[in-house]
Design a protein around this ligand. Sequence first.
Ligand code: ATP
Ligand code: LTN
Length: 330
Amino acid sequence: MNPRVLSGIQPTSDSFHIGNHLGALQNWVSMQSEFECFYFIADLHAITVEQDPAQLNQRTLLAYAQLVALGVDPKKSVLFVQSQVPEHAQLMWVMSCITGIGEANRMTQFKDKAAKGGSSSASVGLLTYPILQAADILLYQADAVPVGEDQRQHLELTRDLATRFNGRFGDTFTLPKPHIVKATAKIQDLQDPTAKMSKSSPSGCINLLDPLKTTEKKIKSAVTDSDSVVAFDPANKAGVSNLLTILSAYTGNTVDELVDSFAGRMYGDLKKETAGAVLAFAEPFQTTVNELLSDKAQLQRDMNIGAEQAREVASQTLAAVYAKIGFNAS
Ligand code: ATP
Ligand code: LTN
């Protein structure tokens, strides 16, 4: 049996951004040839912060269409929507009963997100969301989880919980490893290249579905530095290095090759080429997304099939877990 891969993405914006794409989603696509892959749209995770119901519904379809357009092939991988597979919430309850309150409190993403929204308004769901993420992964006995750098801590919690459960109840879960590709694990914000590109900072964030003119403008106004030499030095030249990383990812040229090609040239050229490379990817991507969205009924049918396939695997793991902890089988 091929090793298993699992990953998820939240349907919380009208478009994936290039950080999502380069940090995680391009690895989802490339891993399909070697692994048995399970990919899902994390709508249960999305409601940890307030969502407009109609918008969540629409964004879930949009996320599905974008994943297919990026190359996640529902014939090769199991692609599904998390809320259609009730085993995620069921296993989460079990895992939350072996998680310490202190352990959940230490998750830095919770602290960041709670701080952004004002901690008094943070929900219990936001606090326990990493336990749901652990359940997502363990249900499919995943060996590898392709994600960006910001998810590393959640993967460590997942391994801790799996080890604890296996120790207490006998071998049940595979211990998953994060699959983080260093070069693109953290794409930076174009306006503040010391921060991670994030949808919460729209001016520094390139969305794949943004109008092409907007993308071009954002890249051309990216913050660089007062020097004028194109060099790769993330510590001292964060903005320029970030543009080189993006250009390298969308052209397939190595950063070294690019640096050589920019010898004696200005930052303006680097921005122009980076914009060109991103647009060359975004334009056909947008066409494909629009085509897929023109038949929503078909998308919904495909989602239903994905959910059935996911449940076949998830229900087996949940049954094994229930038996181990002493629940009476029906
Ligand atoms: P945001 O900060 O935009 O809200 P997020 O991490 O909350 O992003 P998700 O949409 O769930 O949002 O992220 C999906 C995937 O994209 C995850 O695997 C995450 O690690 C990765 N990712 C997000 N931002 C970046 C980035 N700037 N660079 C690299 N990978 C990223
Ligand atoms: N927490 C992740 C999304 C996510 C995920 C998962 C990623 C939910 N469940 C399981 C990998 C595996 C995020 O916010 N980026």
